[in-house]
Each structure stands twice: as structure tokens, then as C-alpha cells.
Design a protein around this ligand. Structure first.
Ligand code: ARG
Ligand code: GLU
Length: 677
């Protein structure tokens, strides 16, 4: 195998002969294979404490929150922690001008004040099982799934790992009555906003609190006043002892999408084609939105979440491309592939494998690019999505009216439509440009005039309900129809990433087998796929730039240093200023470098990805010490190559969470419930 060379070794990294201890997202059922190393690093529990099919284990305390986040139980009454940015949509839904919980926060003072969130669900993993052999023996997927979904609220799916070499059956139980218990004001929960997003040093109190309710038999049920708090089989004990550099940490959650084993062709696509395209298009959209926000405070609020969502990927991809370049990932992969090819040359089953993979990329990449470009251009026009929603309501005969979502700004969307249609025309390979679009633009004289004809002519962008009946021939609905061929073309590329597209993935199945034979010492962990994983590492700083070491713990003093009422992202609540002034930290006070302060966020070397937001950060005794919410900007290439010297995940310290609950929320009863009082 190719030995990786690292130049600077930082004290908190553990290095074993075969792999770096901090890399990897492991299957909970196979964690026994890692447990020796974990124990060497400071973990005190056993493999079956992490996952057991017989008894309650930590896995019963971890949930998938909403669609794409993680959450964890912290009391025997179903109290749940996740990130503020994961609860954001729910908090927004419950907010109104009179009750602006996003801005001011919300603290239920009793269970009766907890607010049901319509549509919010959390899912618990009931069991997982390797069904590769059952499938090979001829059992049908549908039958395996049907026989696994016996319990109340159960759903099951079979997910493949290692590009289809193994198949795992996951059984989940989904709870439908989830209520908001507490949320800090955004000036704490989103402190630093997009400016600090992906950045260290960080000072975001990125947490929110929910509770799961069940029927009288502890089973999932629709919302009802009769429901009672769910009693989880297991919940996390909170540790207020704190963390220090070098301490063991484990992350237990649902990371979404990594591609660690791809060949150089895939990395070149991400770094040189996909990311630059997406970044350039989003730069334009962000400039348009920011300019409108700067002019009107109401627009700033209405477009805050949209701006944050667009900026999140935009910033991440820039970090990722830079990281891949800095690591020389493409070049390294090419060398690895050359060495592999040499080994494979006299093995008939593998000799032409890389050629086949390259050929598959050559024929598949364009189709995937079309999908990505379409999503980032036409798909970015809000009116296009509304037109599709209205059309689908008409087609399904569902309801009588289309209602424009609140917070829509037609001027922003019109500008974005002009920009994005122009980019679509410029960047899309000619054969994918619909003739109707071309002639529409030609007929109007220019792209801008064409866009105006759509925006001025449509009925769906008016406030208030629009009768679906009146939409026959509506220009925006007609515009949306133009792209039907591209949308159906795209449906062939609906995979997590380019390497998962079937025409390519089939070769990876063999490649993974070959790599295991050839590079036997490498520790292979399956790519993330939104299923439950364990990552472990240590509390650890890193060298951010030559001679510039970033220590792993931030404090309230850093918040005060950033505080500025003139800057929206850094304008903290007055209570926090007062608490700082009077040093009223109570038992949350710590001594750091001779100062009395409060801990806020910390860094660790766990391998995480999008979807790990809200994941519990666990110490060596299996206790909760923080909630994961981000990675550093320079870590973001870890979805393709993990660099143990600089890849760090960012968590909010549980002591800061409790400090905010206690001193800002005044919700002492919650502290009692989680056993810290
Ligand atoms: N970067 C984090 C993640 O990928 C946090 C995103 C939410 N925060 C924000 N300022 N946009 O999801
Ligand atoms: N904030 C991300 C999330 O929502 C986690 C950051 C990352 O990509 O690691 O899952």
C-alpha cells in the first residue's frame, strides 16, 4: 500500500500502523472490530454498549431528526437535543409577528406549553441486519422489507454499502408527535450567521430542544392532547465535567454523503467541473439576494433562511476544492491507480477494470452535469418550483387553489430568473437546450424580455389563493413544461453522487473487491449514506496556517469580543451582555488561561459530514459532552479525502447549552429533568 506521509504530527492525534484512528464512519454493528483501538484512545465502554440487538444500548438514544439531521434523547421522558439550524424550520413555522420565537427564542415553562410541530418526525433505528446472503439466496427485497415492518410506525429499507457489495436492512420506527420545548434567540443559536459558518474560532449556541410524544402504549401516534412523553429505552447522561485537548470523543449520527474510494476522474469532476459551476452560479444568486436584503429589513428576514441555505453549500464547495488542491488528491489518486494497474495487469478479472471505469465516466459525466446545472439554474428559480407545484396539484386533482408561499419576493426571483436562464443558455450543452426555450427567448427579443413576459403574465405569483381552474395556459406553467424532457433525463441521475450512478457504480463493485485484495492493510469503512454511523477521535486543535495553531475551546469572552450591535450576525441579546458584565456565570464558570469564563464550542478530530448536525458528542464514559454542528472550512474535502492533520468537527459544548437554558431561558426544570440539578 501507499504509505501516507504526514509532515506535522500534532500531539492529540493517534496514529496506528494501518490507518489514522480519526478517519472513518463505522457501522455500529461492526464496531467490535474497532473497539480495541477506541479503548486505547480512552473509551471505557464495550461494543455492545454502542449497539446491541438484545438490550438497550446507546443507539436507542440517537434519532434521525426531520429529514437530514441527528438528535439525541437526554431524559427518560423523551427530551431531545438537536441543532438550532436543524430546528430552524420548525421554529419558523411556529413563529408569527406576535410570537417571534426565531428572534427571541422560546422556553416552555411546563409540558403544557410545549408546541406541537405539524409534520415534524423523528426516526429511531430499531435494528439493522446484513441481508447480503439472503438476497443472494434469492429472497426478494420487497419480502424482506414487508416482513421487517411489523411494528407500529415501522418502516424499513435495504441500503447497499461498498457500491453494492453488501446490503443492510434498516428498520426504523417513526414518531409523529414532536413538540418544541426550547430554542435560544437566533442571536445565540445562529450567532456568527453565515460569516462564521464553516469557520473556527466559532461561538454559535447551535442547539434547540424538542420532546417526542407517544400514545399510552409508548407507540408512535398522530398529535393528540392525550399523548404522553415517549419513554426511550436509553437516553444520554450529561457530563458537566467538561473536555480538554486529547480527550476521547465519539460521534453517533447519520452522515449523508461521502465518496472516499472514487478514482481520480470523479475527483476531477468535483473539483474542476461541478464545484466551480455551482459556486459561480450561487455567487450571482447570493449577490442578488444580499443586495435586496441590504435595502429592506423585511426582505432580510424573509430571505434569511434561503440565503443561509444557498451560502452553506457555496462556502463548503470552495473549501472542498481548495482542500482537494492542497492535498493533491487527483495526483495522489492517479499514482494509487497506476500502482493498482500494475498489480492488476496479470489478473484477468481486474486487468481492464480501470479502463472500464474511465470509459464509464467519459460517457456518464455529461448527463450528471446536466442534472446539476439544471438544478442550480432553472431549479433555482422559485417561480419554476411554484409552477411545478401548481401543475402537480392540477394533474392530481388535489385542491382548488394554489397559494403563493409567504416570504416570496418577486423582484429577487425575477432578477435570479434572468441571470439563471442566461447561465443555462451559456453553459448547457446545445443538445439539451429545449427548442421551446430558444424560440421563446427569440420571440421576446431578449432573455430579460422573455422573463418579464413570464413574470408579468402569470397568475401564480399574486398574493392570495389562485384558482387552479384559471391556470390553463398560464405562461409560468407553460415555461415549466418546457423542461419536462430534462427533468425526466435527470431522473436517471438521481443518486447521491456521480459515482453512484448505476453505469459507473457497477464497476466500483469490482474495484472495491480488488482494493481489498491489493491494499489489504487499508481499513475500509463504507461511504456515508444517511445511515447510523460511529466516528471517534479526540478533542484536538490544528495548525490553520503556518505557525498559527487553533486551540480547541472557545469561550464567552470570544462572543463578547465579536459582539457588535451594528452587525446583525454579531448582535447578542442584552441579557448576555449583562451576565458577562456582572460575571453571573453560576456553576457554569470555568477557569481558562487565568480568566473566569464560560465554555462555548470545541473542536475534535471526528470524521463527520452533512447529516451529522445535531449528533451527540460522547466522552469515554459514554456521556454527552456536546452537540456536533459543523466542520472547519479547511476540512470539507474530508467527504473525499480525510486529512487527520487538519480535519476537525465543530461542536457546541453541553455546558454552554445548559448555561443558556439556565441563565437566558430560565428553564430550570429542564436542568432538573436532565439530571444536572
Ligand atoms: N455548516 C453547517 C452545516 O453544514 C451549518 C449550516 C447552518 N448555518 C448557517 N449559518 N448557514 O449544515
Ligand atoms: N452542518 C452540517 C449538517 O447540517 C454538518 C457539517 C458538516 O458537513 O460536517 O449536517
Amino acid at each position: 500500500m501507499i504509505k501516507r506521509v504526514i509532515l506535522g504530527i500534532i500531539a492529540c492525534l493517534t496514529i496506528s500502523s494501518s490507518t489514522f484512528a480519526d478517519e472513518g464512519m463505522w457501522l455500529p454493528t461492526l464496531i467490535k472490530e474497532r473497539i480495541k483501538e477506541m479503548r486505547k484512545m480512552g473509551f471505557k465502554l464495550k461494543a455492545e454498549d454502542i449497539y446491541s440487538s438484545e438490550k438497550a444500548s446507546l443507539k436507542d438514544a440517537v434519532v434521525q431528526f426531520g429529514g437530514g439531521c441527528t438528535g439525541e434523547f437526554v431524559s427518560e421522558q423523551g427530551l431531545l437535543l438537536t441543532n438550532h439550524h436543524c430546528g430552524y424550520g420548525s421554529i419558523q413555522k411556529l413563529s408569527s409577528v406576535e410570537h417571534d420565537y426565531l428572534t427571541y427564542g422560546y422556553w416552555a415553562q411546563s409540558m403544557a406549553e410545549e408546541l406541537p410541530v405539524p409534520g415534524l418526525t423523528v426516526s429511531l433505528l430499531v435494528s439493522m441486519e446484513d441481508v447480503t446472503e439472503r438476497l443472494a439466496a434469492g429472497e426478494k427485497r420487497e419480502d424482506i422489507i414487508a416482513s421487517a415492518t411489523k411494528g407500529e410506525g415501522y418502516r424499513a429499507s435495504i441500503e447497499s454499502i461498498y457500491y453494492g457489495n453488501q446490503h443492510i436492512l434498516y428498520v426504523y420506527q417513526t414518531f409523529r408527535d414532536v413538540r418544541l420545548v426550547g430554542a435560544p434567540p437566533s442571536s445565540i443559536g445562529k450567532f456568527g450567521g453565515d460569516t462564521d459558518n464553516w469557520i473556527w474560532p466559532r461561538h454559535t449556541g447551535d442547539f434547540s430542544i424538542f420532546r417526542v410524544y407517544a400514545d399510552s402504549n409508548n407507540q408512535p401516534a398522530d398529535y393528540s392532547k392525550e399523548n404522553v412523553p415517549y419513554r426511550p429505552k436509553r437516553h444520554f447522561k450529561i457530563s458537566t465535567d467538561g473536555i480538554k485537548e486529547g480527550d476521547f470523543t465519539m460521534i453517533y449520527g447519520f452522515p449523508g454523503n461521502t465518496q472516499e474510494y472514487v478514482i481520480s476522474d470523479a475527483v476531477e469532476y468535483v473539483a474542476n467541473v461541478s464545484n466551480p459551476m455551482k459556486i459561480a452560479l450561487r455567487t450571482q444568486r447570493l449577490e442578488t439576494i444580499s443586495a435586496a436584503q441590504a435595502k429592506d429589513p423585511a426582505v432580510r428576514i424573509a430571505y434569511a433562511a434561503k440565503h443561509a441555505g444557498i451560502a452553506n453549500g457555496w462556502k463548503k464547495w470552495q473549501g472542498e476544492s481548495l482542500g482537494l488542491e492542497r492535498l493533491g488528491t487527483v495526483e495522489k489518486k492517479k499514482q494509487y491507480e497506476a500502482a493498482f494497474a500494475e498489480w492488476a495487469a496479470d489478473k484477468p478479472q481486474y486487468a481492464s477494470l480501470l479502463d472500464s471505469m474511465r470509459a464509464a465516466y467519459a460517457t456518464t459525466t455529461e448527463g450528471y452535469f446536466v442534472r446539476e446545472l439544471f438544478n442550480e439554474t432553472i431549479g433555482a428559480i422559485e417561480a419554476y418550483s411554484y409552477a411545478r407545484a401548481a401543475q402537480s396539484a392540477i394533474d392530481r386533482n388535489a385542491g382548488d387553489y394554489f397559494t403563493l408561499p409567504k416570504d416570496y419576493n418577486i423582484d429577487i426571483d425575477r432578477t435570479i430568473a434572468r441571470q439563471m436562464i442566461a447561465e443555462f443558455m451559456k453553459r448547457m450543452p446545445t443538445k439539451y437546450i429545449p427548442e421551446a426555450l430558444r424560440s421563446g427567448i427569440k420571440g421576446s427579443g431578449s432573455i430579460d424580455a422573455y422573463v418579464d413576459s413570464l413574470f408579468n403574465g402569470t397568475k401564480i405569483l399574486r398574493q392570495g389563493p389562485t384558482a387552479l381552474e384559471s391556470l390553463a395556459g398560464d405562461p409560468m406553467l407553460e415555461f415549466a413544461k418546457i423542461f419536462a424532457p430534462i427533468v425526466s433525463h435527470n431522473s436517471r441521475y438521481l443518486y447521491r453522487n456521480l459515482s453512484n450512478v448505476p453505469s459507473i457504480e457497477k464497476w466500483y463493485r469490482t474495484y472495491m473487491q480488488a482494493l481489498r485484495e491489493w491494499d489489504g492493510n487499508r481499513a475500509f469503512y463504507p461511504d456515508a449514506n444517511f445511515t447510523l454511523r460511529v466516528a471517534y477521535g479526540t478533542i484536538c486543535g490544528y495548525e490553520n496556517a503556518d505557525g498559527e495553531y487553533h486551540t480547541p475551546l472557545t469561550t464567552l469572552d470570544g462572543i463578547i469580543a465579536k459582539d457588535n450591535p451594528q452587525i446583525y450576525d454579531y448582535d447578542i441579546p442584552q441579557e448576555l451582555r449583562d451576565i458577562y458584565k456582572n460575571k453571573e456565570y453560576g456553576r457554569w464558570a470555568i477557569e481558562k488561561d487565568g480568566r473566569t469564563t464560560v465554555p462555548v464550542c470545541f473542536l475534535a478530530s471526528n470524521h463527520t459530514s452533512g447529516g451529522n448536525s445535531g449528533s451527540p458528542v460522547i466522552n469515554g464514559r459514554g456521556e454527552l459532552v456536546g452537540i456536533n454542528f459543523d466542520r472547519t472550512w479547511r476540512s470539507t474535502m474530508s467527504d473525499i479525502e480525510f486529512d487527520p492533520t487538519i480535519c476537525r468537527n465543530i461542536s457546541v459544548d453541553i455546558r454552554y447549552v445548559l448555561f443558556v437554558v439556565d441563565c437566558i431561558g430560565g428553564a430550570e426544570y429542564l436542568l432538573k429533568e436532565v439530571g444536572v440539578k
